[in-house]
Design a protein around this ligand. Structure first.
Ligand code: ZN
Length: 292
C-alpha cells in the first residue's frame, strides 16, 4: 500500500516538476556551445551567439582580474516573450528579475531609438559623433550598440552581489558596474569606446536643467524611485566617472576597488569613505564623492 502511495506521490511530483519546467522556457530555444546557460526567442540565434559570446568573454576577463565569476543565465527575448518573462515593463532595458537571470532584448526597438536626439538641432561635431557611434547595420540611427554594452553593466551586478562585496553606497554599486564595463571595453574592444562614451557625454554636457534631483544624497534616498530620465542622468554621470577612473588608474583601479569592497564589511560614514577610497582604491574614485 505504502509503495503505491509513494509511487503515486513520486509521479505527481515529477509531473509537477516537468510542468513547471515546460511552462518556464518551452517556447524558447536553448543556446548550446557556450559556458553560460542561455535561452533565446526562436529566430534570434545569431544575435544570441553574439551577446552570449561577449558576456562569456567579459566574465572570463573579469574573473582573470578578481578571481571570481558569478553564475548567470541569459535570456535574449523578442517583444512577445519579454511580456511573458521580463520584470521590467519597457522592452529594451536589460535587467535581472532575480540575481542569476539576465534579460536582454533581441530586437531594435522604440525605446532605443527614442534616445537619439534630433541631429539637425545639435552642433555639427556632436551630430557627427552620434552618427558614427550609433548608426546600425541597417543604416538607421538607434542606441542598440549602447544598450548591448549595458548588458555588461548588468553582469557587474552579478559580480558584486554573488562575490560578497559590501557596496557601501547605491551610487557605488552603479559606479562599480560602470567601471567594470568601461575597463572591459577599453581593454578588449577599444573600437566600441565611442558607442559607450558618446551618449553619456552628450547627456552630461547638456547640463542639469529639468532634472528634479542631482545630488548623491538624493540618489541614495530615492535610487530608481524617480523619473527614469532623471535616473538615466545619474547613470550617465557615473558612466563618465567610470571612464575617468579607468583613464587615470587602468585595470588596477577596478581590481583595488573589488578588494577594498570585499575586505571592508562595515558601513562607513562619508568621512571614513573618502579617505578609504583615496588610500585603498584610487583618488579618482574618491573624487566621485568629493567633486560630484
Ligand atoms: Zn545597475
Amino acid at each position: 500500500m505504502n509503495t503505491y502511495k509513494y509511487l503515486f506521490l513520486f509521479v505527481l511530483s515529477l509531473s509537477t516538476f516537468l510542468d513547471a519546467k515546460s511552462q518556464t522556457y518551452a517556447d524558447l530555444n536553448e543556446l548550446t556551445g557556450f559556458s553560460i546557460k542561455a535561452y533565446y526567442s526562436p529566430g534570434n540565434e545569431e544575435r544570441a551567439k553574439v551577446i552570449v559570446g561577449r558576456c562569456e568573454k567579459t566574465i572570463e576577463y573579469v574573473k582573470g582580474l578578481v578571481g571570481f565569476a558569478p553564475k548567470v543565465s541569459l535570456f535574449i527575448l523578442n517583444p512577445e516573450h519579454w511580456k511573458k518573462y521580463a520584470t521590467f515593463p519597457v522592452y529594451g532595458m536589460p535587467h535581472y528579475p532575480d540575481s542569476e537571470r539576465l534579460i536582454i532584448a533581441s530586437e531594435d526597438n522604440d525605446f532605443w531609438k527614442s534616445f537619439i536626439p534630433p541631429l539637425d538641432q545639435l552642433p555639427i561635431d556632436l551630430a557627427n559623433q552620434i552618427r558614427k557611434a550609433y548608426t546600425t547595420a541597417e543604416g538607421t540611427l538607434s542606441m542598440v550598440a549602447f544598450f548591448d554594452l549595458l548588458a555588461l553593466h548588468e553582469l557587474g551586478h552579478g559580480f558584486h552581489e554573488q562575490g560578497g562585496l559590501t557596496m557601501q553606497r547605491l551610487w557605488m554599486q552603479e559606479l562599480f558596474c560602470n567601471i567594470m564595463l568601461h575597463t572591459y571595453i577599453a581593454e578588449n574592444e577599444p573600437s566600441n569606446l565611442p558607442a559607450l562614451e558618446v551618449f553619456p557625454e552628450m547627456v552630461v554636457a547638456a547640463g542639469t536643467t529639468g532634472y528634479a534631483f542631482t545630488t548623491l544624497a538624493d540618489f541614495e534616498r530615492l535610487y530608481d524611485n524617480m523619473d527614469p530620465k532623471n535616473y538615466g542622468w545619474y547613470q550617465c554621470r557615473l558612466h563618465v566617472a567610470g571612464k575617468n577612473i579607468y583613464n587615470a588608474g587602468g585595470e588596477k583601479a577596478f581590481i583595488k576597488l573589488w578588494k577594498g569592497l570585499k575586505e571592508n564589511k562595515v558601513k562607513m560614514t562619508d568621512e571614513e569613505f573618502v579617505p578609504f577610497l583615496n588610500k585603498k582604491v584610487h583618488k579618482e574614485v574618491a573624487k566621485v564623492q568629493t567633486d560630484w
